[in-house]
Design a protein around this ligand. Structure first.
Ligand SMILES: [Zn+2]
Length: 224
């Protein structure tokens, strides 16, 4: 099956808009018993709480951590068209420069669809798996045309591949809805246009997916 049925859904190149995390976010702190350099923020323990930079809120908004936020009517569109492969979590939202105006309701889009591991032909390889804390390091991608192995794709409209859980991949169905409804605040690129030579430290799958889903998909792969 050709890869031109998939897109990478991302933020437009406008970092000035990115929403910041608010002060009340609760993040798990991971401390490694073997390597102090592995100390890091792990799983987010609270729902997102964000500060929006602009009063004009787009249909899609993005945080500095690349979390994807959608407005209520976008969620309704996806539901109406039977789009699959995501959950939503409520977002606590405020505007940076105005306490009087209340921003529209936003949802965090959490990807639950899955296309497994990037195949070896992509060039991405596991470089390090720390036995102390589960820290995973992978080499960069050498061939982005081989990033997605369609035989591992579960058929969901939203999906991720490992070790790139922060990259949202979508089907043409999603791209069509965004296009037909003129939804603002997102960009669609072909996976092969991605520049991914730098390597990855994605954390664990349980940071990214609902607990039970991550356990089921990730345990046998050693990434849960
Ligand atoms: Zn470690």
């Amino acid at each position: 099956m050709p890869l031109d049925q998939f897109w990478h859904l991302t933020s437009p190149a406008s970092a000035t808009r990115y929403a910041e995390w608010d002060d009340d976010m609760d993040i798990e702190q991971v401390v490694c018993p073997i390597d102090d350099g592995h100390r890091r923020g792990g799983k987010r323990l609270s729902n997102l709480s964000i500060v929006l930079q602009n009063r004009k809120v787009h249909d899609f908004e993005w945080t500095w951590h690349n979390e994807c936020l959608i407005q209520d009517h976008v969620l309704e569109l996806f539901q109406r068209f039977g789009i699959t492969g995501f959950d939503v979590k409520p977002v606590n939202t405020r505007l940076k420069h105005s306490s009087e105006h209340k921003p529209p309701k936003l949802w965090e889009l959490v990807v639950t669809g899955w296309a497994g591991m990037t195949p070896p032909e992509s060039g991405i390889k596991l470089v390090k798996h720390c036995q102390g804390c589960g820290f995973l390091t992978y080499s960069g991608c050498e061939d982005t045309e081989k990033l997605i192995d369609v035989s591992q794709w579960d058929g969901n409209d939203f999906f991720m591949v490992w070790p790139l859980p922060g990259f949202i991949f979508v089907t043409n169905r999603v791209a069509q809805i965004i296009h037909d409804n003129g939804l603002t605040g997102s960009a669609l690129k072909r996976p092969k246009e991605l520049s991914l030579s730098g390597g990855f430290s994605p954390g664990r799958l349980s940071y990214w997916m609902p607990h039970e889903r991550a356990r089921r998909l990730g345990t046998a792969l050693g990434i849960y």
